[in-house]
Design a protein around this ligand. Structure first.
Ligand SMILES: Nc1ncnc2c1ncn2[C@@H]1O[C@H](COP(=O)(O)OP(=O)(O)OP(=O)(O)O)[C@@H](O)[C@H]1O
Ligand SMILES: [Mg+2]
Length: 151
């Protein structure tokens, strides 16, 4: 993965607006992996992605227990939290492969917990700096067709 952007966020709103800007570039299917400790802002980031693709940000809540929350729209958003999954087989069992189609946006919290690489187009790493401050790093997959949008 190639690092292309860095953002120091000073509030949940700033994290959302960073995500919103990324989402505005989405033109076709994309898979986004989120990496970072508990409370580092992953779910807030998803709110910004939702808003950026025309969905209601208020609908986004943590899918920790449901594993996947689905929202249909111009782009369909699949918000996954795989913290509780232990293997790639489980991901396949919940129908992950069916979520991959031209108008789907897949965003996966704790994407790095899977032993097998899920193969995302973008990765965002969140680091907790202080109560309201987070560092966000955006990486693109150099083999992804989305790379040109960010480099
Ligand atoms: N700059 C910031 N960006 C994002 N969240 C922030 C920021 N500053 C403070 N916060 C707070 O940190 C918390 C982030 O929660 P959020 O659910 O988005 O994290 P998460 O990474 O999804 O956690 P989990 O691993 O439990 O799913 C919220 O309570 C939010 O208000
Ligand atoms: Mg979360």
């Amino acid at each position: 993965m190639k690092k292309v952007l860095e953002c120091i966020s000073h509030s949940p709103e700033e994290t959302e607006s960073f995500a919103h800007k990324i989402a505005r570039k989405i033109q076709s299917h994309i898979a986004i992996g989120l990496v970072g400790e508990i409370g580092s802002g992953k779910t807030h980031f998803v709110k910004g992605i939702a808003a950026g693709i025309g969905l209601d940000r208020a609908l986004i809540t943590s899918p920790t227990f449901t594993i996947v929350n689905s929202f249909l729209g111009k782009f369909d958003l699949y918000h996954l939290d795989i913290y509780r999954l232990s293997s790639y087989n489980e991901l396949e069992y919940i129908g992950f492969n069916d979520l991959i189609y031209p108008t789907s946006v897949i965003i996966i919290e704790w994407y790095d917990r899977m032993e097998k690489d899920i193969g995302v187009d973008l990765k965002i790493e969140f680091t907790y700096i202080d109560a309201n401050i987070r560092k966000l790093l955006l990486f693109v997959n150099p083999t992804s067709e989305h790379t040109k949008l960010w480099i």
